[in-house]
Structure formats: C-alpha cells, structure tokens
Design a protein around this ligand. Structure first.
Ligand SMILES: C[S@@+](CC[C@H](N)C(=O)[O-])C[C@H]1O[C@@H](n2cnc3c(N)ncnc32)[C@H](O)[C@@H]1O
Length: 220
C-alpha cells in the first residue's frame, strides 16, 4: 500500500462561497458541469472554475512531485484528468527534459491548452488509458476519478496501477467528519463517488492500487 502525503500543500487556498454554491446547484447545473465544456472551465462559477487561466500556481506542486518521485530528464509522467494541462507544462518547466503527458475527457480543455503542450495531451477516459503496461515512470491523477462511479473509479485505479506499477499519486474528494461531509455535499457538483478516507482506501485495496494518495477536503 502507498502512503498518505499532501503533495498539493503548496497550492494557494481557493476562496469558496459554500452557501451560494448550494443555492445555485440544481440538476440542470450539474448536467452542464458534467459535460466539462466551456461553462465548466470558463463560464459562471456555479458551473465549475469560473474562468481558469495559466498563472503558474502548479509550479510549486510540480517541484514537490519531482522531489517525491525523484523524476528526472527522460522519464515519462502522465497526468490523468489533466484539464488544460497546466501541471503538465509546469512539470516540464521545473524538470527540463522530463517527458510529461496528459489525458482528459474534456475536448474543450484540450482545445484551450498552452501551445507547447500540443501533441502531449490525449483525449480519452481514465477508465481506458490507451498506453502499454508499465509505460510511465509515474502517473498522477488529481481531483478526477471521483467524477466516475465507484465501479468506474475502480477501473481507473487499475489502469493507473497498470501503467505505473504503483509509482503514482491520486487525490480525490473526501471528508473526515460528518461536518466536513455536509460541506462537501453542498460544494461538490461533478463527483459521482466520494467517501471518507477509509472508504477510498477500501476501493484502492480492491483495485490493487499501491500508489500514494491524498484528499481534497473542503473547509469553511
Ligand atoms: C476538478 S478538474 C481537475 C483538473 C486538474 N487535474 C486539477 O487538479 O486542476 C476534473 C477533471 O477531470 C476530468 N474528467 C472528468 N471525467 C473524466 C474521465 N472519465 N476521464 C478523464 N478525465 C475526466 C475533467 O475534464 C476535468 O479536467
């Protein structure tokens, strides 16, 4: 089994209006958000990011990942659920010569990636990664596999394990207390499966996932 480690600790804390989100959230909003299209990335905040541009915020995370996994020039890294590819870009800036790639289900995100990432980002789903066994030195997946059903997340974890042999890091929506769970339920739009850490760890064991992991916990 891998270990719990907060590799996103250097990300700036996002401002969240939990009450407003809870008021605005309905089935129509959720359905639009789950398309991961223009509205989700660059539309009104009620659908998702509310406008997401490259600002270098992932550089420090990239540094922590490079140190943690001892990544070096020539190695291959895959970011599953890479979105617009900001982390892929920052991994290559922080470690020149590193071969970083991404995969995402959002055509809109890939169509709005940074120019230097063209050809590095693949359109696809985490449940079926179109790469050979053991083909990456490290696989990362941040805030993505909770968008699948429990069964889908199980398959995605098996895929991540298959490509990485367990040199991997997965972060997902979670909560440690009933109060945190209430806040998460108010905030979460796209996630289909979420659980307490022990529920996720059970899933990781079922999937045979041996990589590292951490939780996205929404606080007030
Ligand atoms: C909250 S965003 C996270 C983006 C980025 N990893 C980050 O942490 O900033 C969720 C991402 O999951 C992607 N996604 C949703 N379902 C997916 C699937 N089945 N396979 C791959 N990516 C998926 C979305 O398009 C979106 O880029």
């Amino acid at each position: 089994m891998g270990k719990e480690i907060d590799l996103l600790r250097s990300l700036p804390k996002t401002k969240r209006n939990i009450e407003k989100r809870a008021e605005q959230k309905d089935e129509a909003v959720i359905a639009i958000s789950r398309q991961f299209g223009q509205e989700y990335w660059d539309g009104d905040r009620k659908y998702g990011y509310g406008g997401y541009r490259y600002d270098g915020r992932w550089r420090a995370v990239a540094r922590d990942l490079i140190t943690h996994f001892d990544l070096r020039a020539g190695m291959r890294v895959l970011d599953v659920g890479c979105g617009k590819g900001f982390l892929v870009k920052d991994l290559m800036l922080e470690c020149p010569g590193l071969e970083a790639y991404g995969l995402d289900i959002s055509r809109y995100a890939l169509m709005h990636c940074e120019k230097e990432l063209v050809g590095r980002l693949h359109l696809g789903t985490a449940e079926s990664l179109p790469f050979p066994d053991g083909s990456f030195d490290c696989v990362i997946s941040l805030n993505t596999i909770h968008n699948l059903t429990r069964e889908g997340a199980l398959v995605a974890l098996r895929e991540i394990q298959r490509l990485s042999g367990g040199r991997a890091f997965v972060q997902v929506d979670s909560y440690r207390t009933p109060e945190e769970r209430e806040i998460a339920l108010s905030w979460i739009i796209t996630a289909r499966f979420h659980d307490y850490p022990q529920g996720w760890l059970k899933l990781y064991a079922e999937a045979g996932y041996t990589g590292d992991y951490y939780w996205t916990i929404i606080n007030r």
